[in-house]
Design a protein around this ligand. Structure first.
Ligand code: ASN
Ligand code: ZN
Length: 332
């Protein structure tokens, strides 16, 4: 009958997943009736407007291959749904602005466009098809990263330059990892890598590494006085490193089959508290204590305040937060 349905889709990266759809007349639309009506559009290689809403006759979407136009739509619609569910189920957050309103997603932006982006102006996310239009930037971590830019804008509103810009970028990478772990897809289990599915470097390596961000050749591992002059996608490194240390602890470790080896600036060890506890602390810091001008020192005090609220001042978890900041050369 008309209205809310749950279809099935096969994405390029997410595997076969459930998808919220809506039956209108005899056609299913990629409109997620269970999540405030989030809509997924096919830009058809255009770069403006909304193109066409994805529609389908049988509510079975995509085939896992980039040659099928629906495949990218499956991955981005699922990414938006998973991220919506994560914020709602873990934090009680009702949408990006906590106002119950859905954003929308646009796939197939431009030609061989190698990026994805969030815009507050349209309250929407947009995804390129990547090199050769065959490596779309539509993985779960990329979708969660972009959607989290909307959450950051609606909360701390960290200015997108200087140290606050690095913290803004790190916030998107942090919740990208948290969503991946929470969703635990067989096709894309949780990791502390960013963009490991999209082959953006052409050699299968990820875009960013959280255990030791300098593995990408550009990101910084630790805070230093000139960090605010670094591109925000590289000055995010120390905060990503903080989050890894807090989640998993220092040293060598394998998680879901991926090997990490996280050093500390001060040479002292950090004991991990688990990714979802670390994410809870970052979320409370972001939404309660950080402001548009928060820098790394301010992020330290914000997360310590959040940890005190959630776990108790000077609790083992609070002390792990302090140790993880010392591990990236913030505080002592
Ligand atoms: N994909 C990039 C990001 O989310 C787009 C940008 O540079 N803002 O950071
Ligand atoms: Zn970003």
């Amino acid at each position: 009958e008309e209205g809310v349905h749950t279809g099935t889709g096969t994405g390029q990266y997410n595997g076969t997943v459930p998808l919220g759809s809506t039956l209108s007349g005899s056609t299913y639309q990629l409109v997620d009736g269970e999540r405030a009506g989030h809509r997924t559009y096919d830009l058809g290689q255009g770069t403006s407007g909304t193109g066409t809403l994805f529609t389908d006759a049988d509510d079975v979407w995509g085939n896992g291959l980039p040659s099928n136009r629906q495949t990218a739509g499956v991955d981005v619609a699922f990414g938006a749904a998973a991220t919506w569910d994560y914020y709602k189920e873990v934090f009680g957050r009702n949408g990006i602005r906590n106002d119950g309103v859905a954003a929308y997603s646009r796939a197939h932006y431009g030609n061989s466009y190698v990026n994805a982006f969030w815009q507050d102006s349209c309250f929407c996310m947009t995804y390129g098809d990547g090199s050769g239009n065959a490596n779309p930037l539509t993985s779960l971590d990329v979708a969660a990263h972009e959607m989290t830019h909307g959450v950051t804008a609606a909360t701390a509103n960290l200015t997108y330059s200087g140290e606050s810009g690095g913290l803004n970028e790190a916030t998107s990478d942090i919740f990208a990892a948290a969503v991946e772990f929470y969703e635990n897809l067989p096709a894309d289990p949780g990791d502390y890598l960013v963009g490991e599915k999209i082959n953006i470097n052409g050699d299968g390596t990820p875009l960013r590494y959280m255990d030791k961000p300098s593995r990408d050749g550009s990101s910084h591992d630790n805070w230093s006085p000139g960090l605010g002059n670094v591109d925000v996608h590289y000055s995010s490194g120390p905060a990503n490193h903080f989050f890894y240390l807090l989640s998993e602890g220092s040293g060598a470790k394998t998680v879901n089959g991926v090997a990490y080896d996280s050093p500390t600036y001060d040479g002292k060890s950090v004991t991990g508290i688990g990714v979802q506890n670390a994410a809870k602390i970052w979320y409370r810091a972001l939404t309660t204590y950080m402001t548009s001008s928060t820098n790394y020192a301010g992020a330290r005090t914000a997360t310590l305040s959040a940890a005190a609220d959630l776990f108790g001042a000077y609790s083992p978890t609070y002390l792990a937060v302090a140790d993880a900041w010392a591990g990236i050369n913030v505080g002592s």
